[in-house]
Design a protein around this ligand. Structure first.
Ligand SMILES: Cc1cc2nc3c(=O)[nH]c(=O)nc-3n(C[C@H](O)[C@H](O)[C@H](O)COP(=O)(O)OP(=O)(O)OC[C@H]3O[C@@H](n4cnc5c(N)ncnc54)[C@H](O)[C@@H]3O)c2cc1C
Length: 451
């Protein structure tokens, strides 16, 4: 009888674990099932590009079925597990639940935004972690420009055209840089907004940008952001967020309708429902083989697991896709070894480099101890992502987008209704299809995104 291997999560860790298992296990020996809530892997390092309009959103994802040959992909939500019975529970798209048994289980469910109990944050701030959040932020930016262009109230225009980013890790810095670049590009289409100008503020609790890279490079990135007019507030937190302002710990109140929250991640909440041991940060406790403490048939990797970092003894690996990819390969080999009687191997990867792409042909990078900045770093970052993007077809799409962007600039359209046609009360199919106009002709019913 074939072994049953179940992988929870089809992001970086899950995809690379499945691919390794496909190579390491004969097809007849094991049935590998990968459970994910969407049918693609999001290539997060390129998310800022999708938000900034240099990349088509579909081109920053990798359809899992294109990458997997013999793995069974099951679209479902993981809702629980009972490791003592070797079972996981999932909810299928139609709403019914199903229990799956396993011989070996790999957990790689990733992370969500780490929020803090700041008044108004949950209601008014916007995340930058998923594709829909990134596109929502871009759409919001376009909405604020459209709105600000049509009003006479200067004070309201000021708050519409002020954007606050909280958190200056590399994801936050890249997201801010790309969106600011996008806004600067499309601003010429909005004469009143251009007269008024845009304001971008980056708020960071620590006393420096991007602790992931060396101080010298972070300083260079900081000067590049300041050169573009971005205000940076270090050693500052936000105390309160409302619909039209945010209050900083310095007492300053910034009038704004857009607060983007990029202040770190925490394990996905479902991880706490799996009956596995967790560390104080909520990550699953594993050893250097990625095996969960106390279980010889459960493994955990990626952002959801505290895999010991070979580069920093005593500390968990940082939440990066570089680590998740290598942990995926390690765990794939170790699961195959556990089933086939082979020897497990420890996770040994040490970071090869960090890239921070800031758009406008500017980036900072650190590779194998060598520091790069400006255009060479930007070119290196794009080349690296081209190499790391799985599949030739996906790579070709990136090259096409980047080339079109270089030649013709960005697209300023806002397609927030894409895939979600407005549901107008009392309207039939014909009215619904008439472009979002209410039955009485009074305008769009769904135009409440920016108030
Ligand atoms: C904007 C941004 C930029 C980044 N840039 C970089 C970078 O440049 N370099 C770098 O090394 N790292 C980068 N990262 C970090 C990197 O994306 C993560 O470390 C990496 O994705 C972790 O891999 P993972 O497999 O643990 O989780 P993920 O890749 O997040 O995969 C988890 C999967 O589980 C699925 N899932 C979650 N809950 C459920 C559920 N209940 N049921 C079913 N499926 C579920 C998710 O949909 C997802 O597909 C960036 C992150 C962000 C947000």
């Amino acid at each position: 009888m074939a072994w049953n291997v179940v992988i929870l999560g089809g992001g970086f860790g899950g995809l690379y674990a499945a691919r390794k298992l496909e190579k390491a296990l004969p097809r007849a020996a094991a049935r590998v099932t990968l459970i994910n809530d969407v049918n693609f892997m999001l290539y997060t390092p390129l998310l800022p590009g999708a938000a900034g309009g240099t990349l088509e959103p579909r081109h920053v994802v990798v359809p899992l079925r294109e990458q997997l040959k013999s793995t069974h992909l099951k679209l479902a939500h993981v809702i629980g597990a009972d490791p003592s019975r070797k079972e996981v529970t999932i909810r299928l798209p139609a709403g019914d639940t199903e229990t799956l048994g396993y011989d070996q289980l790999v957990v790689t469910l990733g992370s969500t935004s780490r929020t803090l109990p700041i008044p108004g944050l949950e209601e008014h701030a916007h995340g930058f972690k998923t594709l829909s959040e990134a596109i929502d932020l871009r759409n919001r930016l376009v909405h604020t420009l459209e709105h600000a262009e049509t009003i006479d109230d200067d004070e309201a225009r000021h708050s519409l055209l002020t954007y606050v980013f909280v958190g200056a890790g590399y994801a936050g810095v890249e997201g801010l840089a790309e969106l600011q670049d996008f806004a600067a590009d499309v601003l010429e289409l909005y004469p009143r907004c251009r007269m008024h100008g845009l304001r971008f503020v980056l708020v960071e609790a620590r006393d420096r940008l991007m602790p992931e890279i060396s101080a010298g490079l972070a300083d260079f990135a900081g000067s590049e952001l300041r050169r573009r007019g971005i205000e940076i507030r270090l050693g500052t937190t936000i105390e309160r967020v409302s619909a039209d302002s945010t209050e900083l710990s310095t007492g300053e109140v910034v009038p704004t309708r857009t607060v983007a929250w990029t202040a770190g991640v925490k394990p996905h909440p479902i991880v706490a429902q799996l009956g596995l041991p967790l560390d104080e940060g909520g990550r699953i406790r594993v050893d250097e083989y990625c095996q969960v403490e106390g279980y010889d048939d459960v493994w955990a990797i990626g952002d959801a697991a505290a895999v010991p970092d070979p580069a920093r003894p005593g500390r968990p690996s940082p939440p990066t896709c570089q680590h998740a990819i290598r942990q995926g390969r390690t765990v794939g080999a170790n699961v195959a070894a556990a089933l086939g009687g082979g020897t497990r191997k420890p996770f040994t990867y040490k970071t090869l480099g960090v890239f921070v792409d800031m758009g406008r042909h500017q980036a900072v990078a650190e590779t194998l101890g060598i520091r790069w900045r400006g255009f060479p770093a930007w070119f290196l970052a794009r080349t690296y992502h081209l190499y790391m993007m799985p599949g030739t077809r996906r790579r070709a799409r990136l090259v096409a987008d980047w080339t079109v962007g270089l030649l013709f600039g960005r697209d300023s359209s806002e397609l927030g209704q894409l895939g979600h046609p407005p549901q107008l009360a009392g309207a039939g199919l014909a009215e619904q299809s008439s472009g979002g106009t209410a039955p009485d002709g009074s305008g769009r019913a769904e135009d409440a995104a920016v108030r």
